[in-house]
Design a protein around this ligand. Structure first.
Ligand code: PRP
Ligand code: MN
Ligand code: MG
Length: 206
């Protein structure tokens, strides 16, 4: 059983539940890409835990890489701009690419990242996400083919997903206590207002 962190209100997906669903996803992906040597790319930072477990559930030859992308200009300035901090090390040209994410929220990150990879000459791009928070979709995410769970529109953390860079190491996904983030918001410096709004607005699996 999971030991619950004091800041977690309730566990949403336990280690056991995650493990079983990821084994199924591994089977689905292995069947879909049999004989194609797909390039699996984890989107840093959030996907790092899921990615490690997912690739170990794959039973066909694959290659692995990471990209690091953070969208910005959320809210009124949102225009799908994406800051790619780390691009592919393996050339995606001509490859079947599987982008692996922890969560799809507004969809901006994957909308832009998929286009970027197609522009780099990939043969195909499909997306595998552990959590899909459909209620918040603002940009279309093409080829979102492999989904672990439909996630409620609530603030979740753990298993790679952070709130202000915290809680990523928790081995399960849980609801963060509202008292944690509302307290942080009321104590913040005015200069950080915008940052906090973005964080609680949607950037971290809220
Ligand atoms: C989070 C999450 C996804 C993205 C989803 O990443 O890991 O990558 O937001 O949100 P979207 O669908 O609204 O674009 P974030 O930018 O917070 O960076 P992180 O992975 O380093 O936490
Ligand atoms: Mn991310
Ligand atoms: Mg984040």
């Amino acid at each position: 059983p999971d030991t619950k962190h004091a800041d977690i209100e309730e566990i949403l997906y336990s280690q056991d539940v995650l493990k079983k669903r990821i084994a199924e996803l591994g089977r689905e992906l292995s069947e879909a890409y049999e004989g194609q040597l797909p390039l699996f790319a984890g989107v840093l930072t959030g996907a790092f835990v899921f990615f490690g477990d997912l690739v170990r559930a794959i039973t066909i030859p694959i290659e692995v890489d990471f990209v690091a992308a953070h969208s910005y200009g959320h809210g009124m300035e949102s225009s799908g701009k994406l800051d790619i901090k780390k691009d592919f090390r393996i050339d995606p040209k001509g490859r079947e690419v599987v982008l692996v994410e922890d969560i799809v929220d507004t969809g901006l990150t994957l909308n832009v990242l998929s286009k970027h990879i197609m522009d780099r000459g990939a043969k195909s791009v499909s997306i595998c996400t552990l959590l899909d928070k459909r209620a918040r979709r603002a940009a279309p995410v093409p080829n979102l083919k492999f989904i672990g769970f439909d996630c409620p529109d609530q603030f979740v953390v753990g298993y790679g997903i952070d709130w202000a860079e915290r809680y990523r190491y928790l081995p399960y996904v849980g609801y963060l206590r509202p008292s944690v983030y509302s307290k942080a918001i009321s104590e913040q410096e005015p200069a950080q207002d915008r940052f906090r709004e973005e964080k609680t607005g949607c950037r971290n699996g809220c």
